[in-house]
Design a binder for this molecule. Structure first.
Ligand code: ZN
Length: 95
């Protein structure tokens, strides 16, 4: 299994097994899993473009990848913040 597939699988598994303490948890975990998928998907497209020496496409996708990475971090932080504030947890063991 490639590192990319492992990361996506981990996000999906985390989403699937995450404790559903409330509807907000459910929504935040779903958003985090989706953001992770989108980030990894764009990152994969960049790697394929680079291997194909399509540097115009790499340049076009790089800002999208950075934005997707930021969205992923924001979603992860929202989960962590909610877990701490609403459920008094400190480490949901996320990447
Ligand atoms: Zn909650």
């Amino acid at each position: 299994m490639t590192p990319r597939k492992r990361t996506v699988l981990r996000a999906v598994v985390l989403w699937a097994v995450a404790p559903r303490k409330c509807e907000t948890c459910n929504d935040l975990w779903r958003e985090y899993a989706q953001a992770t998928y989108e980030h990894i998907h764009i990152d994969g497209k960049i790697k394929v473009a680079a291997l194909s020496h399509d540097f115009d496409l790499v340049a076009k996708l790089t800002p999208e990848c950075e934005a997707a990475g930021e969205a992923r971090r924001t979603a992860r932080d929202a989960v962590r913040r909610h877990e701490v504030e609403a459920h008094a947890l400190t480490d949901p063991a996320m990447t």
